[in-house]
Design a protein around this ligand. Structure first.
Ligand code: HEC
Length: 216
């Protein structure tokens, strides 16, 4: 019995202590200064030690810029960042033409996205029909690019990719505007412009894959 009483009183003492502690905290938070933030629980969460990306900050004991250049001989993750193996030479161009194949699926979706990219990055020179009738050559001294459906009709996709990556004569490189995946998408669309009168290469590919799937 005395033991139980003892426990009860310990419980009560604990309760009283908690009431006092909580009300102490509550009243402690009241300050007459309206600009005071009161007591801050874990102040680091309010005032994080934020770094200015391009400013000088103390990192590992050194005062350096916190945005660092990547370590040498490293590349960011993702297949779009793999180095392009063909150099900007005649041999590189020929090798790309012979070996490079579009890794993407010839789907309606990729073709549609390729069209959007073409309208943004190519149409002003190459024109809607891809015959070199863009506004840049028609309104200036800029020589019109060759027509996809005539001079470039048989141009392999690997060479297109190479030209998009390194540029060729008057056409600049588009490597900084388009990721590798985007370059392949726009190539799907260029291939439809190579065949305005009939089946595009893309459509042929699509039919092939359909037949393959059906015969499975
Ligand atoms: C500033 C104008 C301009 C823009 C923008 C431009 N091109 Fe070109 N393009 C040219 C010219 C000029 C040539 C002819 C280069 C040569 O063979 O001398 C060319 C050639 C090409 C060729 C043939 C390359 C070869 O290997 O012979 C392809 C394919 C091509 N462009 C695709 C594109 C695509 C796709 C875009 C958009 C992402 C684009 N171009 C944007 C001007 C342009």
């Amino acid at each position: 019995m005395t033991r139980i009483k003892h426990m009860l009183s310990a419980k009560n003492a604990f309760r009283a202590f908690m009431v006092m502690a909580v009300s102490g905290m509550l009243f402690g938070a009241c300050k007459s200064d309206p600009n005071s933030p009161g007591i801050e629980y874990m102040p680091d969460m309010y005032r994080s030690p934020s770094f200015e990306t391009y400013g000088e900050n103390e990192v590992y004991g050194q005062k350096i810029m916190s945005a660092r250049v990547p370590a040498s001989n490293t590349i960011p993750r993702g297949s779009d960042n793999l180095p392009y193996p063909y150099p900007n030479t005649f041999e590189g161009y020929e090798a790309a033409g012979a070996n490079l194949k579009n890794p993407l699926k010839a789907s309606e979706e990729n073709l549609a996205e390729g069209k959007v990219l073409y309208t943004r990055f190519c149409v002003h020179c190459h024109g809607k029909k891809g015959m070199g009738e863009g506004t840049v050559p028609t309104n200036s001294e800029y020589p019109p690019p060759p027509s996809y459906s005539k001079g470039l009709k048989d141009l392999p996709e690997g060479k297109m990719f190479h030209t998009l990556t390194h540029g060729k004569n008057l056409m600049g490189s588009h490597a900084s505007q388009l990721t590798k995946t985007e370059r392949w998408k726009v190539i799907f669309y260029v291939q439809t412009l190579q065949y305005p009168e009939g089946k595009s290469k893309t459509e042929e590919v699509k039919e092939d894959t359909k037949e393959q799937e059906e015969s499975k």
